[in-house]
Design a protein around this ligand. Sequence first.
Ligand code: BGC
Ligand code: NOJ
Length: 817
Amino acid sequence: MRFGHFDDEHREYVITQPDTPLPWINYLGSEDYFGLISNTAGGYSFYRDARLRRLTRYRYNNVPFDNGGRYIYVRDNASGAFWSPSWQPTRTALDTYECRHGMGYTTISSSKDGIATESRYFVPIGENLEIWQFTVTNQRETEADLSIFSLIEFCLWDANDDATNYQRNFNIGQVEIEDEVIYHKTEYRERRDHVAYFACSEPLAGYDTQREDFLGAYRGWDDPAAVADGVSRNSEALGWAPIGSHHVKLTLAPGESRRIVFVLGYHENPKDAKFDPPGSQRVNKITVKPVIDRYLRPEEVETAFAELAAYWDGILGVYQVQSPDPDTDRMVNVWNAYQCMVTFNMSRSASFYESGIGRGLGFRDSNQDLLGFVHQVPERARRRTLDLAATQLETGGAYHQYQPLTKRGNDAVGGGFNDDPAWLILGVAAYIKETGDWSILDEPVTYDSKPGSEQPLYEHLQRSVTYTLDRLGPHGLPLIGRADWNDCLNLNIFSAEPGESFQVAPLAKDGTVAESVFIAGLFCLAARELADIAEHRGLADEVTRYLAEADKMEATVWEHGWDGAWFRRAYDAFRRPIGAASCNEGQIFIEPQGICIMAGLGLNDGRAVQTLDSVGERLATEHGILLQQPAFSDYQLRLGEISSYPPGFKENASVFCHTNPWIMIAEAIVGRGDLAYDYYKRINPSTREAISEVHRCEPYVYCQTIAGRDTPKHGEAKNSWLSGTAAWNYVAITQWILGIRPAYDGLEIAPVIPADWDGFTATRIFRGVTYTIEVERAGPGNAVALAVDGKPVAGNVVPLSPDGVDAATVSVTLGAG
Ligand code: BGC
Ligand code: NOJ
């Protein structure tokens, strides 16, 4: 069952009924100012840090789930009837409804009783504000006398404090109202130098800024007294709960349309010029006013919207494909790329499943997010890479997260995840392959953000390798520490304390025994990548060293990490294997299978294929590949959080989507295009659109987890949007199945597509050259014959074009010879 459809031409998902199984959301903003917006206009906004600079309030664990947002009420003054054109919060039945989520904007249109409205929400490029462009049309044959009320609820900035510290918060709220603008200035009188503002383009019939005055006692967003009466209270919030609501009265002739622009924004003043006049307590509005005035003008709004579209044309234009499969095309060309931008921006901080309170930018997460983002805005990828590296510790280890506002490592969320440092190598490698910018390796970068500790980025990569080698366990495999990629495999924690966080609980064991085969595989992959980098730098000794270390680790994996038909997962604190046929539960895990084959293990002796066959037999389901089997049926101290989840959920044997592309890539590496693509399609959100009543999450973005077969909820998705799934699926389909991948010295072309595809066409902008790539199947198999602008090229790498060339056609004959 579907709740909407894709509009590929406009790059939109069109939701045609408001009561989707879960809120289906979109993101506004792409640099500093961000908003989350649902298909019923729910959600909130923040500036840079979802916790510390929250502009509007989000109520956690709300009922209904999606309540509170960017609301507009329409009131028919003749009858007194009022409704929400976005359906929520009044949930009045609408005659028509449509929500279009697009690239950085959302448009909700509806009509009721002959009054049609359209609300378009977006953030202009480069601005710290969002625009609500509201159009109302009288489709009746008689004049319409209408009241329009806007509504937002301000957050008192720190979202965590806002949700908990009422004894203070009910006393600090402050606003100013000047012209048609409501300024939210809580704490501005003291240590803040920022305000939020909410402006309206039309003369006001009234306004409200105090929630209880607007709503009336004991009333909710669905039935505000001011709207019911058609009269704003002109309330001025002092304490309690500041809101922003404008009231505009309109009389519309039959057929007449009117446009109202609302602007919600964030503004900072210099510390020494906060007040105007100086010495007063009034917000200095000198620099913000021109910005507000500009964006209240409809023509400026149109220009800004056109700029947004052009921005996305540019970003998405870097990689476009026309294949025989629409699910592939729309994900590659639009939605998967879009989600990669969102994960790059948000890491795992703010979604409808991530509160925006607890999590900064993850070291591991952000490095992986780069893999799907680096081609979009390479300069931002560069900055992020350097920011991440600057928090690395002198040991080569990493804080698990850093806070975007301070850019410092965050101790409070734990460390000692022993896989973390290796991801930095993969992120940097992806950046250099995309850009050819080797200079990044010479950038001086601090350790632990300490001035004076700067060393070239290259040294950070060296220390990442050393970090693993310095921490080997009894079998010579890497010690797992607190956990590895699987945050829930806590082999040293032994937590028996209710509510204790597995992320920060003290280690009960000294950590010198439990080992990770996954980190071993990741190490081989990263060390071999670093050897390639060293080779390009002419560092022959280092090449030898990294290759030798990788080979040694590989030998250890074969000796102690191979179970006979697949790779083991780990050894626990008692040296017992995890992910082995001899285990009762957790016999086979997906992670080491994918990562070891990506690192090149078993490619020459059939063991990679044997491993993938085991995955197919034991882990693959119609809804994707399970993380492990059989699920753990009880909580086990020696395993930690993984066994805390009921069987089939999250790390305990769901389809943990992030890991599925590793298997797709591995299948592509062993040359099995049909299987790689089959796995790709099983979790492709567009493919799953047809079963939206089962999947329940948005059909246009990946989710983190799909319930596994050990639960009756098999197939139900959760945690949409913010997951490494976005970047890795993007890599799997674009670089390994379609096979167009940046390499240090050119663009590698090695498609491993389904046998029944005749070919495909793609455009890839790479190092300033637009390549049109035409792939044609001449026979079975994956052998590639290349011609660039008609001239045959040996091998499968399109060499870098000479300077001055900005376009080339690459003809690829597949399965030839
Ligand atoms: C989740 C993991 C997540 C971890 C980090 C756990 O509860 O299951 O998926 O990575 O928390 O916060
Ligand atoms: C989600 C985390 O963000 C990610 O870093 C981790 O690898 C997975 N969960 C698996 O536990």
